[in-house]
Design a protein around this ligand. Structure first.
Ligand SMILES: [Zn+2]
Length: 174
């Protein structure tokens, strides 16, 4: 397992797949995701999640198919009572990749310009994790909440139940 903490090394290098020189056919990669990963993205609304993303890259010189299968466990304080909740963040993506003049990253079709030599999956992993979140991060029933804490936070209730930041939905349509 290569260390991601070597000084001077790109901390997200682990999420890049150099595809030049790969043999035609399927190549499997496993990318660990942990708390440290999310610290590289100030915009992340996820801090404490851990797990793996299994990646299969079907490579050929004319095109590629990328399959990503995410399985993370996310710890987040309940929006009402701050007690820690656990969610599974599971998501699959299949992305077709072709070569072209310019790099264009679409939802499920990427076009890579001639100068690209690697697939940088860090942003995709970040987006998949956010899209896998449940709409509300609170105990399903308010009666399951820590009642003592509820008293303190009663006035913040509406604020804490706000839905997911719509920017993450917008990302899907880029
Ligand atoms: Zn709660």
């Amino acid at each position: 397992m290569p260390s991601r903490n070597l000084e001077g090394m790109d901390p997200l290098a682990f999420y890049k797949i150099p595809f030049m020189g790969l043999k035609a056919g399927k190549h499997e990669f496993q990318m660990d995701v942990d708390q440290e990963f999310f610290t590289h993205f100030p915009e992340s609304e996820i801090e404490d999640a851990k797990g793996v993303v299994d990646v299969v890259l079907d490579y050929s010189e004319t095109n590629m198919v990328l399959k990503m299968n995410m399985n993370l466990n996310w710890k987040v304080p309940c929006g009402r009572c701050l007690e820690e909740l656990n969610y599974d963040l599971q998501r699959e993506e299949q992305i077709a990749i072709q070569y072209g003049e310019e790099t264009v990253i679409g939802e499920d079709l990427w076009t890579l310009g001639k100068n690209e030599i690697e697939l940088d999956l860090a942003q995709t992993v970040l987006e998949m994790a956010h899209l896998a979140r449940p709409t509300h991060q609170v105990h399903e029933n308010e009666s399951d909440c820590d009642q003592k804490m509820l008293g303190y936070f009663r006035t913040d209730k509406e604020e804490s139940e706000r839905p997911i930041d719509p920017r993450w939905d917008a990302l899907k349509n880029l």
